[in-house]
Design a protein. Structure first.
Length: 60
């Protein structure tokens, strides 16, 4: 489901699409664009890419 309400320090800051935050109350948290496991999953997916196997035609 989707979030209907967001709380911050015991106060409602967002409810049903309505922002109720107070200017200056929050702080910026430096975070990477993608979580660390994302890069590991991309590498795993690249290694698991199917490769063509050359075989002679079936003669059965």
């Amino acid at each position: 489901g989707l979030a209907r309400t967001t709380l911050s320090r015991g106060e409602i800051t967002w409810h049903d699409g309505d922002v109720r935050a107070t200017r200056g109350r929050g702080r910026y948290v430096e975070r990477p664009c993608f979580p660390p496991y994302w890069h590991a999953q991309v590498k795993k997916n690249d290694l698991a890419t199917p490769t063509k196997v050359e075989r002679e035609p079936f003669r059965g």
